[in-house]
Design a protein around this ligand. Structure first.
Ligand code: HEC
Ligand code: HEC
Ligand code: HEC
Ligand code: HEC
Ligand code: HEC
Length: 198
């Protein structure tokens, strides 16, 4: 992992992203958040297998079980605004290329998928990830308030064990108000309508 991060650091520096560097590099060395597992070996799968997996197929078969699971890259290395903003953020291609300028992949499936990323980078065409979790406009969900109280490893409470998912899918129905209210009730948190609806 150290080696990976070092590669990332060099490339990020080259791309001029020095400001974020120290904090993000050190975060990447923490264990993956939101998983109970010490070590995960991601199964061998090809992009064709993704059709049979739960969750929407993404434009690139990006695997959390490889990145956050096997290589233990911290959730916050990529979703780096989760503790400070309502939105966790989906990483830009620059974050990916911090590693993938150098890492081309070991087997043919990995190589083919990483090539899609490199081509998109070369053509300056941001990858259009399909969004999975999204609450209606009339409801507001501030990530930072939750991470502050529930802790940086709380992702799994709502999203399930993402570090074991080859393809992300919805584990909890976040579009059912009861999901929010039951925890707020249990933890004696604000349940005024106007806390979430404004
Ligand atoms: C900290 C380093 C790092 C970052 C950042 C990173 N990757 Fe990776 N990625 C790896 C490593 C290591 C592998 C495994 C390579 C192998 O052994 O084949 C990998 C494998 C892959 C693969 C092939 C396996 C798979 O997941 O299907 C794809 C595609 C990929 N990465 C896409 C991305 C994308 C897209 C991003 C940005 C959202 C990203 N990576 C960010 C390190 C990184
Ligand atoms: C290397 C970068 C990287 C790391 C590390 C990473 N993610 Fe992600 N994450 C992504 C990308 C890219 C997407 C969008 C594509 C997808 O859904 O797979 C995403 C999507 C997601 C989504 C679905 C977003 C939606 O549309 O609803 C969740 C939830 C998520 N990540 C949680 C996590 C958690 C929890 C961890 C740590 C266990 C983690 N991620 C680690 C890059 C990363
Ligand atoms: C208390 C429940 C809860 C926790 C804890 C939580 N999330 Fe979420 N997450 C949600 C909800 C609800 C949404 C949809 C929010 C919306 O539509 O505004 C979401 C959306 C997301 C998305 C998609 C955002 C996008 O722009 O596409 C990502 C990525 C994500 N969460 C990552 C994480 C990570 C990483 C953690 C842990 C550090 C985490 N979440 C912790 C409930 C949670
Ligand atoms: C696993 C428990 C849990 C779940 C599930 C959960 N929350 Fe929370 N929520 C909390 C906690 C704990 C706080 C307290 C934060 C604090 O004290 O600052 C909180 C605070 C909030 C706040 C700030 C309230 C205020 O005081 O103004 C909002 C808004 C909110 N949650 C919305 C939601 C929404 C919307 C959902 C469902 C999509 C949701 N929460 C699901 C635990 C949860
Ligand atoms: C902790 C956050 C939270 C609180 C408090 C809350 N709601 Fe909701 N509410 C939600 C979420 C999340 C949804 C689902 C939004 C979606 O469809 O994505 C929702 C949905 C709704 C809907 C749409 C119908 C439905 O079931 O989808 C209505 C109406 C509603 N809420 C009214 C209220 C009223 C009235 C109160 C106060 C008594 C209240 N809510 C308190 C989070 C909250």
């Amino acid at each position: 992992m150290r080696k990976l991060v070092a590669l990332g650091v060099v490339a990020v520096l080259a791309a001029g992203g020095a400001a974020l560097l120290t904090s993000r590099a050190s975060m990447a060395q923490q264990p993956a958040n939101g998983t109970t597992a010490d070590s995960i070996t991601a199964p061998k799968l090809t992009a064709a297998d993704s059709a049979a997996l739960k969750g929407p197929r993404q434009p690139i078969f990006f695997r959390h079980d490889i990145h956050a699971g096997q290589y233990k890259i911290s959730c916050q290395y990529c979703h780096y605004t989760v503790a400070v903003s309502a939105e966790p953020g989906i990483p830009s291609m620059q974050t990916c290329m911090g590693c993938h300028l150098a890492i081309g992949g070991t087997d043919s499936t990995h190589k083919a998928e990483i090539k899609k990323l490199r081509d998109a980078w070369r053509d300056k065409k941001p990858v259009e990830w399909i969004r999975i979790h999204s609450v209606a406009k009339h409801a507001h969900f501030p990530h930072m308030r939750h991470i502050k109280v529930l802790g940086p490893n709380a992702c799994a409470t709502c999203h399930g064990d993402v570090a074991r998912m080859p393809q992300v899918f919805k584990v909890n129905n976040i579009n059912n108000m009861g999901f929010c209210i039951s925890c707020h009730l249990e933890r004696k948190v604000n349940r005024d309508c106007s806390a979430c609806h404004y």
